[in-house]
Design a protein around this ligand. Structure first.
Ligand SMILES: C[S@@+](CC[C@H](N)C(=O)[O-])C[C@H]1O[C@@H](n2cnc3c(N)ncnc32)[C@H](O)[C@@H]1O
Length: 263
């Protein structure tokens, strides 16, 4: 279960200096965004699981369980958990279906993969989980490799989201299922106002008290606000060649699960 290097780092070090990319509400270059996202997750890795549970009141486990339920997990299936971080989705998938052939937890950030290491070892599934470090925007897996690809709270952080989604489509076998769990915005205006207060006031405060970083928990709500709507993401997936694209909103739309099949 050692960490392997997947693909190359610095994929965006291409001299693209224009500040066309968003890191929260800040406009940055592609290379700056890569670095800022990396630093962000490195700074919160050790507290990541705890902060998720605290800030979502444990709801993230439920959202993750539903996400995994949307993924067919037949005997022998090979599954890729992109932006897998501390491996929650992978462990839930292995708990649900003990017959899975194997899961790869794929993440660009070494600290995040390390933060989940103990949990993976304790789970008793470590023989069927492999951790691979690499960039989701340029993966070294061959075309049509996986029966299922899942991604939880990952694509919002990509520098080139469509490139990452196209990579996930490429490595999926035809007929294979893609599921994506991501934050979104509440559908009710009242709930939306409460959620705004919670995310722009309470979250950064909790971040500074419990994780020692206000900045990281300011990026989180800002990046959620800038992320495409559920409808827009569904049409992006359709445009990339996925079929049967559906989505469901969780908890008044705070989170959304998209599901699609590779044609
Ligand atoms: C919010 S965490 C989600 C972790 C886990 N999937 C979960 O649901 O708890 C986002 C993860 O995406 C990873 N990530 C961000 N950009 C990435 C990229 N370009 N390629 C691979 N992983 C990336 C981060 O390192 C981080 O571990």
């Amino acid at each position: 279960m050692a960490v392997e290097k997947g693909s190359h780092h610095g994929v965006n070090d291409t001299g693209d200096e224009r500040k066309d990319y968003s890191f929260g509400y800040h406009k940055v270059s592609a290379a700056e965004k890569d670095r800022l996202v990396r630093d962000h997750f490195t700074s919160i890795a050790r507290k990541y699981d705890f902060m998720n549970t605290l800030l979502s009141f444990g709801l993230h486990y439920w959202w993750k369980r539903v996400t995994v339920k949307r993924m067919p997990l037949p005997k022998g299936a090979k599954i890729l958990d992109v932006c897998g971080g501390t491996a929650d989705l992978s462990l839930l998938a292995l708990k649900r279906s003990r017959g899975i052939g194997g899961i790869i937890v794929y993440d660009i950030n070494y600290a995040m993969l390390q933060a989940g290491k103990e949990k993976m070892e304790r789970s008793g599934f470590s023989e069927r989980i492999e951790r691979v470090q690499g960039d989701a925007e340029i993966m070294s897996f061959a075309d049509n490799t996986f029966d299922g690809v899942m991604v939880g709270f990952g694509i919002r952080n990509f520098t080139h989201m469509e490139k990452g989604l196209a990579e996930m489509h490429r490595v999926l076998k035809p007929g294979g299922t893609f599921v994506c769990l991501e934050f979104s915005r509440p559908t009710s205006r009242l709930f939306g106002a409460l959620y705004d207060f919670y995310s722009f006031v309470v979250m950064p405060l909790a971040g500074s008290i419990f994780a020692g970083t206000r900045k990281a928990y300011t990026y989180l709500p800002e990046s959620i606000r800038l992320f495409p709507s559920a409808d827009r993401l569904a049409s992006i997936l359709g445009g990339l060649g996925f079929r049967d694209v559906t989505y469901e909103r969780m908890t008044n739309g705070i989170a959304v699960i998209h599901r699609a099949v590779k044609a």
